[in-house]
Every structure is written in C-alpha cells, then in structure tokens.
Design a protein around this ligand. Structure first.
Ligand SMILES: Cc1cc2nc3c(=O)[nH]c(=O)nc-3n(C[C@H](O)[C@H](O)[C@H](O)COP(=O)(O)O)c2cc1C
Length: 561
C-alpha cells in the first residue's frame, strides 16, 4: 500500500511548472490576498492594525496539551551520536540512525523542544530551539507514524512528551501503509497566539514561523542522517484529518500548516495519505485540547479572509527544480556539535557596532543560502528560488558599505536587472567566491537607514549587515493564492539558515518581522508590486544582557523522570 515515490531526487512528487521565468511582470493576486498584504503593511505614520494594548491576562498559553490522553515521556538524554554541526552541511557525512524512541526524542528536542528557561525578577519564560516572533510560538506538531510510536501523537513541547491522540484499531493494516524508516510530522498554527500581540500582521508571522520550524526540523533530522522533505502536494484538509485538529467551539482553533516527511532511507517513500486518513475515520481521536486563554480574543476578519483565499487543496504542485550544482561549502573554525549549535541558537537582542565581520565569514554565511539539494534544508524547497536577500552592508572587512543583492538563482539575472532601477551598478564582488551571485547595486552608508526601515530597531543598524528578503510575487503566486504562504515559508527557511550560519561563525542573528514595507520599496526605487519585501534579518556581535539568568530547559522534569 506504500506509494513508491522516490524522493531522493526532490523534484519528483512535484512536476515542473514555474517554467517561464521572464516576461511574467503581471502579478495575478487574489483580491483578498492583495487587500490583506496591503493592509498588513507597516508605515512610519501608520502601523498595521493591532490590538492597541497588550492585555497580559489574556495572553495565550504557548503550550497546548490534550486532556485525557496517554502520555509517553521522551528520554531527556537520548543515546544517539551527536555529530559536529559542520557535518550536516557535507553530503553523506552523517550515518543514518535507526528510527528509535531515542532518535525521535533527539529530533524533537533539537528542533521544537525547549532550549533554555530565562529568568528576570519574578518573570520566567522558555525559549525554544526554533525562533518565533515575540517568542509567542504559534506552532503545534503532530507525529503520524507506525514506528517507534504507532498512530497519531501530539508533541507537548513544555514537558518533552507525546500525547497519544489516535491509535489504529487494526495495527497490521496501519503498518502495511508504511515503508520502514518513515514518519510524518504535521505542523499547525494557532493564530491567536500571534494576534494577541501583533493583530492583522500575524498571518504573515505565522507563515514565517512555519518556515523556521520546518528548517529547524530538517537540520535536526540531518544530525540523525535523516532526510526531511516538505510534501507540497498535501492539502489543508489532509493535514487537518491526519492531525485530528481540534474543532470544539470552546477552544482556540488550529489551522493546517505544513506536512513533512522524514526518512532514514536512501530512497524516501511517500505513504498514501488518503489511505491513512481513511483508517483514521474508523476510530475516534482522543483527548480534549487545552484552552489557551481565559478570554475570547478579537477576531481579525482580514486574517480569516486571507486564510480562506490561501486555502490549499490536495493537488499536484508543479515546480521548476532549483539549480543545485554549486561548489561544496567551505567552513570556518566551528567545532560545536550539532546539538550544541541547534540548542544554543539565540536571537541577538542588541549588537555592538564596534565590531567588523571578517570577509570570509560573510561569504560563507551567504553561500549557505544557495540551494544545494542534497543538503539540509533544501529537500523542503526543491524549486527555483523565489526569495532573494537585498543586503544593507555596514561593517564587513574589505566589503564597501552599500546595498547588495544575493540573486539565489543566476538564471533570473536579466529579469531582476529589468525590475530594479537602471541606476543599479550590478558589480560582481571580485573578492567573493566566483560562484557567489552577489552584486553591489550601490555604494552608500546605510546603517542608520537600516534601523529606520526596521521600525526604528537599532539591531538592524548596529549589526554587520541587515537585509530585506525580496519575494517575486509574480512567480510565487502562479500556482495559486496559497503561494503567498509558500513565499513566507521560503523566507522563514532562509531566516533559519541565517540564524545557524551566524552561530557557526561565533556571531548572532535576529529575525525582523517589523519593518516599513513600502518605505523600503521606495528606497530601492521599485515600481509596481511584483517584488515585495516579506522578512528582514540582521547579523552582528551580540551584547549579552547580564541581568537575565539562564536555567536548564528541562529542570522541571528531572524529578519526575
Ligand atoms: C518571524 C519573526 C519575526 C521576528 N521579528 C523580530 C523583530 O522585529 N525584532 C526583534 O528584536 N526580534 C524579532 N524576532 C526574534 C524573536 O523575538 C525571537 O525569536 C524570540 O524572542 C525568541 O528568542 P530566541 O530566538 O532567542 O529563541 C523575530 C522572530 C521571528 C521568527
């Protein structure tokens, strides 16, 4: 019953579609997507509509659990090898581990698990291996598998355990649907966790968060020698059915996000998701989802409208494979293990403008954004890059300050030369590796300006460089309105790579969701709405806040386990 679909070559479950890269200047945007995107833009004199004030009493709980489920604790010190982080970025360098309880524990701990508890005065808050806008964590995760856990389980991140939500009545029939060494992870979203603070713009943040989490899982999988692919054909209804999303009227709804396939085999095999869902219809889902806030939070009709417009049906998605024949990556001096780096990733809160980034480190960081399909996290994004970083370089050794473009697909050069103003100089950087498609567009000192466009956040000015991720809406929305979500997933994935690449160089990154969209577009001299900035980022030398204490992530569990 297993559909034999080799995923080793990623462009297989997806047929080719984005063929015409040039001559697609017209953006065909579903009206409610266009309305949402416009209305959720920030401007210096008009921020996107938000809640007005923060009501701490109604802040949603970042941890959902299911009452009345059987709980299976995951080992806190799983017995699995911990390879050097650098091995993850070398093909075939990590031996594939068996899919044991220990390996699964390691996968979840290093991606969606807690990294540390922070304490300041009477306040305590948990940080996780993957970042999240406002540390609000809108994502829930469901494991669907035959081995090592049978059925459907919800991951309760706070206590690092699985809650059994569904079990097959006939285990044999369920097992026949799976090839050995495969499992599915469904990611879903609780919008309220973000709307509570960010209002209308939250839908974008939720989608960016999905990209970060998917990439975090892909890297944690790579540390086990596993491959993590995004099932582009999966529709929202499939994700809803496979994860048994709560639909009780008295708890906050979860919305379908992404479906990931993890495999420790050389050739991945896609389980028949319709057959899985058909078996699930026979036995009920167990447990009652916890309510996250005592209050009823305001409904955001703009978010409901864009979500409806971006509904993704089960369909074959057709993508053009990305150019992948880039030279091997190069490495600095990192000796950190995968677990140490993945758990140690943090967002810089402030940066010291007195530091300069060595040139080689700058080029290594950017090189990691080029899609090498045999390395993580690119099985998530096998298609032609649709999101490209526009860099504002402030302090990089031997690199003149100014605005630069990293065009992640050199085949799009002519198109982009037509889209950016004629004044751009398009100079290749001679000291950069030959293959790096990095272009100087204009020399200028733009540190102060970088802070201004990032909603006046100094982190963007004080780092070595900051960037805005320009998404090609004409190409990205071709497969349908849901492409709007996918562009944000791509940006989130790039953001996660930047976070990890910064840690590798001993510096730090910060995702920036708050920026003045059209001010940035005007500064670049963009005409029309084909190129839109959808996520910003900065990398710098962090200044630690000595007042904040760090506590062990699972200290609260050690007495219990
Ligand atoms: C989509 C997204 C948007 C973010 N926007 C900002 C921002 O505008 N300013 C900022 O200082 N941090 C921003 N962050 C960083 C978060 O505040 C940070 O991830 C969170 O506080 C958790 O901390 P950690 O990353 O150290 O785990 C953003 C993160 C994400 C994923």
């Amino acid at each position: 019953m297993v559909r034999s679909v080799p995923l080793a070559c990623v462009a297989v479950v997806v047929r080719f579609f984005f063929v015409a890269l040039a001559g697609r200047d017209k953006v065909i945007m579903e009206p409610s997507v266009r309305r949402y995107h416009q209305a959720s833009k920030h401007a210096p004199d008009r921020y996107a509509p938000g809640p007005g004030r923060l009501d701490w009493a109604s802040q949603p709980d970042p941890f959902r659990y299911y009452q009345g489920t059987l709980r299976e604790g995951l080992p806190l010190q799983p017995a699995v090898p911990d390879p050097p982080f650098a091995a993850l970025w070398q093909p075939e360098a990590v031996a594939a581990q068996p899919m044991t309880v220990d390996a699964l524990s390691c996968l979840l701990a290093n991606s969606l698990g807690l990294a540390v508890w922070k304490a300041y005065g009477n306040n305590r808050w948990a940080l996780r291996c993957h970042p999240s806008s406002g540390n609000l964590h809108p994502i829930e995760a469901y494991l669907i598998a035959a081995d090592p856990f049978v059925g459907v389980h919800h991951y309760f991140a706070r206590d690092h355990l699985l809650e059994r939500r569904w079990q097959p009545e006939r285990g044999e029939a369920w097992r026949r649907l799976w090839a050995p060494g495969h499992l599915l992870l469904a990611l879903t979203l609780v919008h309220e966790r973000e709307t509570w603070k960010y209002g209308l713009r939250s839908y974008r943040y939720c989608q960016l968060n999905l990209g970060h989490a998917a990439a975090a899982i892909a890297f944690a999988a790579a540390a086990l020698g596993w491959r993590c692919s995004l099932l582009w054909q999966a529709g929202d209804e499939t994700i809803r059915r496979l994860s048994g999303l709560p639909h009780a009227a008295d708890v906050e709804a979860e919305h379908p996000g992404l479906l990931l396939l993890l495999s420790n085999q050389a050739e991945s095999r896609l389980p028949d998701t319709a057959a899985l869902a058909a078996q699930m219809a026979v036995a009920p889902f167990l447990g009652k989802a916890s309510r996250l806030t005592p209050e009823t939070l305001p409904v955001w009709p703009g978010i409901e409208a864009v979500e409806k417009a971006c509904h993704k049906a089960e369909e074959e998605v057709v993508l053009t494979a990305a150019k992948s024949d880039w030279p091997p990556l190069t490495f600095g001096n990192t000796t950190l293990s995968a677990a140490a780096l993945l758990r140690g990733r943090r967002s810089g809160q402030s940066y010291d403008p007195g530091h300069v980034l060595p040139q080689a480190a700058f080029f290594r960081i950017l090189d990691r954004l080029l899609p090498r399909l045999s390395l993580p996290p690119w099985a998530l994004l096998p298609h032609t890059p649709l999101v490209h970083p526009l860099l504002l370089v402030h302090r990089v050794e031997g690199v003149v300050p100014g605005r630069y473009l990293l065009l992640r697909d050199p085949a799009q050069l002519a198109t982009w030369q037509g889209l950016l103003p004629a004044t751009a100089s398009w100079q290749k950087i001679f000291s950069a590796p030959d293959h790096l498609p990095l272009y100087l567009l204009q020399e200028e000192s733009c540190a102060e300006w970088a802070g201004v466009i990032s909603c006046q956040q100094e982190i963007a000015a004080d780092g070595f460089f900051s960037l805005g991720m320009l998404a090609d809406f004409a190409l990205g929305l071709q497969p349908g309105a849901w492409g709007y979500r996918a562009l944000h997933w791509e940006a989130g994935i790039l953001g996660q790579i930047l976070y990890l690449a910064a840690e590798e160089e001993g510096v730090r990154g910060t995702g920036i969701g708050c920026f003045f969209d059209d001010l940035f577009h005007r500064w670049l001299g963009l005409q029309g709405d084909r190129l839109q900035t959808i996520y910003h980022f900065t990398i710098g030398m962090p200044i630690a806040d000595q007042r904040i204490l760090s506590l062990s992530p699972y200290a609260h569990l050690t007495e219990r386990r």
